[in-house]
Design a binder for this molecule. Structure first.
Ligand code: PLP
Length: 362
């Protein structure tokens, strides 16, 4: 019997494109004539190496990365990058700088403080509960790098204009908005993104390293915590998360071939976000707390008139086949995650449900 699919607004792991899931199913018992599944073949086989190399090529094309950049796959999630970035990229005598936009960026800062003495929080939006993106970022020529979280998954804010840092490399946690919009990668020394929001399944982190950053890596790091290992061994020093990389390659292919690239994806994401924010702004049963120019297109947070109504909203939506709308446990409320894998149709159905729920409970 065929099971029914629901509309998935999960914050992560999150919705994947149907054509990707169908291909995975089709190839499950025998991958490219090997008679084995991707879960069973050697990571040293030519079939897997081709998957990995194609994934890297597609990511480079999608993000307009020239040959100054390396793309590697690392386990341990974005959370391990909170530590690997300062271990690899902090320079002696030069503070590392962070902007605190809440939750994940706060965690990145706390992790950095375990590793480096001189962590400088140059700007923060804590004063207004992280409902905006700081605009004045003081840059010192002496910083090792400036770290930002490009999209704040839990607070529902997103950077629409990256800080100008001159010669100081930007470092960005793009876990929840990579491939969702066009940007100029050149100012970024490091970009990292756990795959499970916009790029594939959990278990792999895409790390993009500008080659000049490799020069500053200390020689005494443990092998598996050193970016050089992953660059020099093409992410194959040890057994990589083969299945996750295989799905990332398919998601990247879907983006290139079915959607038409990141610019086309951005237009779809714009439509989805405009539809939902447009509705929220047109009435007063649902409220979005974020400063309008800093709103995230990926994670739309909203409140209803009471926590009781929010609970009922999530329950009824789930029954209607709209899942994942509960806000993060640290902030409460509701949240619709509109990642690349969420089609416009899902947002249309959500807005219709929201209207109907407001009519009954308003
Ligand atoms: C989900 C998320 C993380 C945590 O990722 P893990 O892969 O679970 O470590 C970090 N940063 C951002 C912006 C996220 O959205």
């Amino acid at each position: 019997m065929k099971e029914k699919r629901v509309f998935i607004f999960n914050p992560g792991p999150a919705a994947l494109p149907i054509p990707v899931l169908e291909e995975v199913r089709e190839e499950m018992l025998s991958f490219r004539g090997t008679g084995m599944s991707i879960l069973e073949i050697s990571h040293r086989s030519k079939e897997f190496e081709e998957v990995l190399n194609t994934a890297v090529l597609r990511i480079k094309r999608l993000l307009n990365l020239n040959d100054d950049f390396e793309v590697v796959f690392i386990q341990g999630g974005a959370s391990l990058q909170f530590a690997m970035v300062p271990m690899n990229c902090a320079q002696p005598g030069k503070p590392i700088a962070y902007v605190d936009t809440g939750y994940w960026s706060t965690k990145a800062i706390q992790e950095a403080q375990r590793i480096v003495d001189d962590v400088c929080i140059v700007a923060s939006s804590k004063d207004r509960n992280y409902t905006y993106i700081p605009k004045e970022i003081p840059i010192d020529d002496n910083f090792s790098y400036l770290h930002i979280t490009s999209n704040n998954t839990i607070k529902g804010t997103q950077w629409w204009k990256f800080p100008k840092t001159g010669n100081i490399p930007l470092v960005a946690d793009m876990s929840s908005d990579i491939f969702s919009r066009v940007f100029d990668p050149r100012p970024f020394g490091i970009i990292y993104a756990g795959a499970q929001k916009n790029a594939g399944p959990a278990g792999v982190t895409i790390v993009i390293i500008r080659k000049d950053m490799l020069e500053r890596i200390p020689k005494n790091l443990p092998t598996m915590l050193n970016y050089t290992t992953f660059v020099e061994k093409n992410s194959l020093y040890n057994t990589p998360p083969c299945f996750a990389i295989y799905v990332v390659e398919k998601v990247a292919r879907w983006l290139e071939e079915n959607i038409g690239g990141v610019a086309a994806m951005e237009e779809i994401n714009r439509k989805k976000a405009n539809l939902l924010y447009g509705y929220i702004d047109s009435q007063d049963f649902y409220r979005n707390p974020v400063q309008p120019e800093d709103r995230s297109w990926m994670n739309v947070v909203f409140n209803l008139p009471s926590p009781e109504l929010e609970k009922l909203f999530v329950e009824e939506a789930t029954r209607e086949g709209l899942v994942g709308l509960k806000g993060h446990r640290s902030v409460g409320g509701c949240r619709a995650s509109l990642y690349n894998g969420v089609p416009l149709e899902a947002v249309e159905v959500l807005v219709d449900f929201m209207k109907e729920f407001a009519r009954r409970n308003g």
